[in-house]
Every structure is written in C-alpha cells, then in structure tokens.
Design a protein around this ligand. Sequence first.
Ligand SMILES: Cc1cc2nc3c(=O)[nH]c(=O)nc-3n(C[C@H](O)[C@H](O)[C@H](O)COP(=O)(O)OP(=O)(O)OC[C@H]3O[C@@H](n4cnc5c(N)ncnc54)[C@H](O)[C@@H]3O)c2cc1C
Length: 535
Amino acid sequence: MPPQTSEDDDKPFFYPLYGPREPRKNDDVVPSSVLERKSTTSTTATTTANAETLIDELTKLPCPAFTPHDSCPKGYLGAREDCWNESMKEWPSVIAMPSTVEDVQACIKMVPVVGHGRVAVLSGGHSAMCMPNDAFLISLRRLNGVVVDVDGNTVTCGGGAKIGEVDAALKPYNLAVPLGTHPDTGIGGLTLGGGIGWLTPRVGLAIDNLVAAEVVLADGTLVTASSTSHEDLYWALRGGGGNFGIVVSFTYKVFPVGGADGFEPGHVLGGIVPFPLEHFDRATVIEKYGADCLQTDADNVQMMLLPNGGPCISVFTHHGTMADSQKALDELGTGYSNNNNEMQIMPPKEGVKAIPWTDGVQTLTGMGDPNGAGDLLAPGNPFYYTAGFVEQITPELATFLAKAQQDAASQTGIHAGGAIVIMPLNGPFNDVPSKATAVTARTAKFWVVFLLRLDGTPNDQEEGIAWGRSLKKEFMAMEGVVTDMRLNKPGSSILVDEATHSVLPSQNEGCVETMRSIKETYDPENLFCFASLSK
Ligand SMILES: Cc1cc2nc3c(=O)[nH]c(=O)nc-3n(C[C@H](O)[C@H](O)[C@H](O)COP(=O)(O)OP(=O)(O)OC[C@H]3O[C@@H](n4cnc5c(N)ncnc54)[C@H](O)[C@@H]3O)c2cc1C
C-alpha cells in the first residue's frame, strides 16, 4: 500500500465498487492478538513454524492465497475489505482467491492437506458469514466474469460477480435479471437466499429465473444443477444458502427493461417521492402504501424507505408507457395526507423523471453513487441487519414500523443513516408453489428489511444491537408477519440471529428437513459449515 501521509488523514475513504480493495488507513497490520491467538479448530496457537508450513503448502495452489502470517499482509488485509459489514469482519486463517473453476477445485482439495475442515465462501461479502475467524475462506471475487447470450435469453455469471457487474454487462442490450437493489451486493449469497429486487413483482425472485448452476462439491467434483441434472441440488440451491457446495456459475433468464412508448431505450420513469412530516403521518403512509401495492399492476413497482427519524419516502419506478407511468405517478399519495376530509395535499414529485434502468433505478438505493459519499449503505460500516416476510401491512404493523422509524433517531448505538425498507413481493413470487424451491413463504406480499447502522462506542453499539433484536422479536410476533419463519425457533439448528444478525428466507420445517437430507448427500462432512444450516 502506498505510504499514507498526514494529507491522507483529511481525505474521506471510499471503497471501490469493483476490483481489488486495499487495507484501510490505520488498518494495515495484523494485530498481534490475531497472530498469537489459538485457533478455535485446534488446541495450539499457530506457531511461526506451522504458519510457515501452511504458507509453503499454499504456494502450491494455482491462485493467490493469503494468511495473517504472510510477511507482507497487504494481500490478506485487502481481501478482508470485501466484507461489507464492519461488525462482522473477523480473521480467517486463509483467504484464497481463485479466478477459475480449476482454481476453486484446487482450493477445495488443499483444505484437508493443510489440516483444515471449515470452508467459508465469499461472493459479494454482504452477509454476516463471509469473513469468519479461523475459516479457510474461498473468496470468489475474482471469479466474476459475465457472459450474455442474447439469442438464448440468458446470462451466465461467475459465482463471485456483483449485481453491478451483471447489470453493466446487460446494459448494452437493455436487459436485466431480477437481482437485488444495491450494485455492491454479490449475486452468490443473494441468489442462494432467494434474491429480491426491483423486478420481483414483474418476474419473481432471482431463483425463480435461475436456469442452471455449476457447483464444485465438497470432494472437488464439478456438477451442473438444473431441472434435468442433480435436481435435488437444484432445488436446494434455490433458497437453501451456501450449504451444499461452491457455485462457480449461475445462469439466469434475462428480461427486457425500459423503452416503453414515450421513453428512450432502457429508460423508465423513476425517482423519489418524500412524504413531508408536517402533512403526512408515517403510519398512515405505510398502511396506505401497503394497500396500494396490492392493487397496482406489475408495471408500478414502489419500495417504501423509512429513514431513521425522517419522512417516509416512496422510491417509485414504472415500466409502462409515458402516459401510464405519469398517471400512476399523479395518483401516488392520493388520500395519504393528514387532512383527509379537506383539500388533498399531495407529496412533491419533482424527484421523479425518465431515468436509465442500469445507471438510474439500480443506483437509487446507493443515492445515485453506490459506495460513494452519499451512500448510506456503503461498505465498511457496522450494521445490525435483519429482515422478515410479511403477508399484510396491518394498521398495527404500520404503527409499529412508524414508531421504530421514529425511535431509531434517538436510540443509543444507532447511527442517523439507517433505514427500514419495505419491498413488494406480490405477483409472480406468489404463483410459485411453496414446495417448488427452498423459499417456502410464497404467500408473503412484502419483504421488510431493518438496515440499522451502528454508531458510537462498542458499548453503545451493543445497546443498538440489543434494540434491533428486541424490534425483531416484536416484529416476528405481529399479525401479518409470515408465521413459518423459523429463524429463532428454539431447538432449530438454523442459524440464530443472536449470533450473527443473519437474514434467511422464510423456510418451514418440512423445507428445512429436506435441505438437511440433501446436505447429507452433498456435504456429509459439513465442510461448508459457515452456511445457514450448520453453524
Ligand atoms: C446493503 C445491502 C443490500 C441488500 N439488498 C438486497 C436486495 O435488494 N435483495 C435481496 O434479496 N437481498 C439483499 N440483501 C441481502 C443479501 O442478499 C444477503 O446478505 C446475501 O447473503 C449477500 O450476498 P453476498 O454474496 O454479497 O454475500 P456473501 O457474504 O459473500 O455470501 C453470503 C453467503 O452465501 C454463501 N455463498 C455466497 N456465494 C456463494 C457461492 N458462489 N457458492 C456457494 N456459497 C456462496 C456463503 O455461505 C456466504 O457466507 C442486501 C444486503 C445488504 C447488506
């Protein structure tokens, strides 16, 4: 890393959206507590001698592999920066960085050679499980190629690609895949957990459009999972997380976006509509949004953003003609204002205009500059992040969410730049039979995400996390929240939120049983032990 002068101290630090990352300032040495620490998988501390043996073995790999004991730790520390959530960034004992399928196979075969048995996998690094202590981490960030098959209507993406990389490859063709809403998120964890995005109300989840996946299994063999090959694995990958193998490529169906009558190719009507607090009561807006979303057609897709202490904000997109889009925008907010019986007050709509799909809609949650200065979801910050599925936004749920939005502003340990987000699911998502994939909550109509950025001293942050957990507990018990969510059920060995701020799709017990039996077939030794089924 270039020497950092005092001038650097004044410059804000930003993470590049793509490409390799550098260690952060004041974070360019491995702390001695890590170097001297006993491994949780072995009874002895890693001595200089066995660290040297490990490093020696790793040089036999065809790709880079870093350890905390490397004489120059820049590669190791830079690779750690791919973990989005600062509060979940731990210290793996190895970080291998394959860029081909063969590299991944070589890494898997190296695991027992170096006496390891615990493999973690990183795609975009947005989950709580991508950077665990003592893991043999296989970071797929360099396996990020994207190949578009325009004639076949598909795109095939490396297992470590980010949403933004897929979008960029599809942009020249005005095509898109239903992935998530922030370009920094990896397609790996996102797809294996379901994958909810702007196109979900139109064409379903990422997994509903996953045609095939190539997977390196725990024994290093490469298989294809699809509707005609390894069908059990294909089922499990669609919502079952990274429990079954390393997905080296995902092939999805693609869809045309934008360019309806009145728009340039690839453009739609989109932008932000705030509901100022002096005229709009938060709970009323949330409830009416919930009801309106269930009435609209699939062209009208709105997310409701509830920034801490701020007004409710509709993030509006419309795929129809200019006339239809404008009509839907004009109607947005009708009957939402406080003075229902008097003259209607409508929210300001200047923030909505014709915008490109890729560089417009797909950057909205990153405030138009993903990972840049104004992006509240930029990597490198501590977060309590959790979510749940909802069948109906009842008045009680709307009141609860409005109160949480308000309370977050004065809650110790919670940063001003957090938000609750409500994303619509209704449409093709509901048409998929519950047993068809490992996401079983197909009656849900909304996905509610609590993106609580943490702030202050470690003690403050603990308080913030405790508050987040209590919110989640209350939320899960409310009417309208899908009841088959098993995350926190006592006795379930699915990852418990307490330890990791995890997010999993809703899965009922039958689904979990089937996943366990498929895990038994494909990963009997539990090599992929940092995924949801096994921690
Ligand atoms: C800011 C932010 C925005 C988000 N927005 C959305 C959204 O709009 N829609 C949505 O659905 N979700 C969203 N999420 C949730 C996100 O989908 C999950 O956190 C997901 O796990 C992130 O995927 P990743 O590849 O970036 O994470 P990683 O941490 O890299 O991966 C998560 C886990 O998945 C497994 N895994 C990843 N890649 C592979 C692979 N190729 N093969 C095998 N196993 C693998 C591993 O077990 C890994 O631990 C968001 C999260 C954040 C933090």
